[in-house]
Design a protein around this ligand. Sequence first.
Ligand SMILES: [Zn+2]
Ligand SMILES: [Zn+2]
Ligand SMILES: [Zn+2]
Length: 351
Amino acid sequence: MLGGSAATILPMSLELVFLGTGTSAGVPMIGCDCPVCTSDDPRDRRSRPSVLIRYPRPRKSNPRPRKLNPCPRKDDARPPEVDTPTARGTSSPPMAMSGLPTPISDPQSLTPKPAPWDDPQVAAGGAAGADEERVCQFLIDTTPELRVQAIARRMNYVDGVFFTHAHADHVTGLDDLRRFNAVMDKAIPIYADRATLDRLAQMFTYIFEPGRNVNPTFIPNLIPHALEAGQEVELEGAKWTALSLRHGRLPVLGFRVDFAGQAVAYCTDVSSIPPETYPLLENLDVLVIDALRYRHHPTHLTVEQALHEVDQIKPKRAYFTHIAHDICHAELQEKLPAGVFLGYDGLNVIC
Ligand SMILES: [Zn+2]
Ligand SMILES: [Zn+2]
Ligand SMILES: [Zn+2]
């Protein structure tokens, strides 16, 4: 189903929202004035790679009580919410979440569209106004731009977070999850392989070993779940499958989500796909796959290699992500075969 209607706000089916599609340095890169880094095409502006997976919440699941956005009043003498976990509930009015415009959802259009942070219409789209009781949404990776991405998409809750691996461009926004904790007034489950969970615990000791903090501090409240490659998890009526991928020599995870006969797989940061993973990539409606640049890279697929993988896997549609400044969106998109697209920040893909 392709959609451009208000129904996208409350998806009837599986939906993937590109929050970021750039490589680890982002595009434009600091200190680069190449044609892509200085491009006027908003699709050439790529924040660090992350997606949101959304689908209708099963009716039988219990709606959660919602506690909206405690914004301190201007005359509130208390310090900001840092160090005051109990300061979340104030009498301040909640931030308005309703009456947002229809989102833009146009997965196959080649018409240039502004990045979400440039266009108020797109900025208000996507997850805008999503009804937490009716739609679940899971984040894959927490990039250093998570806050900007979440604000651009009006993301105000998250049911859980999946991590592909612990490289900085995929995890350093972890701290921003505390805002979702505060808004939802509940802990957030996170899912990753054991090596990634261990690395997160090393990188974010103040979150995972709060007893060592000097002061009581407003930190994310996370519930870690270890996943193994090949493992399946049932979440809100969808089946999530952890996929074994190779990122150079580093084993990382991709994720396949099956919901109501539709299937999407997200395979970022991959340079090769182990043979045992191909059967788990059959019958996909949408494949998202790493395509860093044209030249060889030891830990990422090139455009040519990504096209070869698309040929092997044969999804109905494929989208490239983790894109470097070597690639001009408009230039490459017109050369790609039918059914293969470059992702760009803010793009909604309806399965
Ligand atoms: Zn990366
Ligand atoms: Zn550049
Ligand atoms: Zn990586």
